[in-house]
Design a protein around this ligand. Structure first.
Ligand code: SF4
Ligand code: SF4
Length: 62
């Protein structure tokens, strides 16, 4: 099972909560928006999805 975090930059409000909560350090802020630069490190815990009040993150599973 592989997990791919995807950020909808139209929805992201730049709160950085996902950066803080992710145990795998997947996200970095780029131009004020969250970017899953280390997406391959995602382990599918969905903590970022739960913390994002803008509903800007989805985790794809394949
Ligand atoms: S938690 Fe959501 S709104 Fe906040 S920086 Fe991350 S993706 Fe953007
Ligand atoms: S699902 Fe968990 S490991 Fe994956 S990006 Fe979100 S917080 Fe990080």
């Amino acid at each position: 099972m592989a997990f791919t975090p995807i950020v909808d930059k139209e929805k992201c409000v730049g709160c950085e909560e996902c950066v803080d909560v992710c145990p795998a350090e997947v996200f970095e802020m780029v131009d004020g928006k969250s970017d899953p630069v280390n997406a391959e490190e995602c382990m599918g815990c969905e903590s970022c999805v739960e913390v994002c009040e803008a509903d800007a993150i989805i985790i794809e599973e394949d």
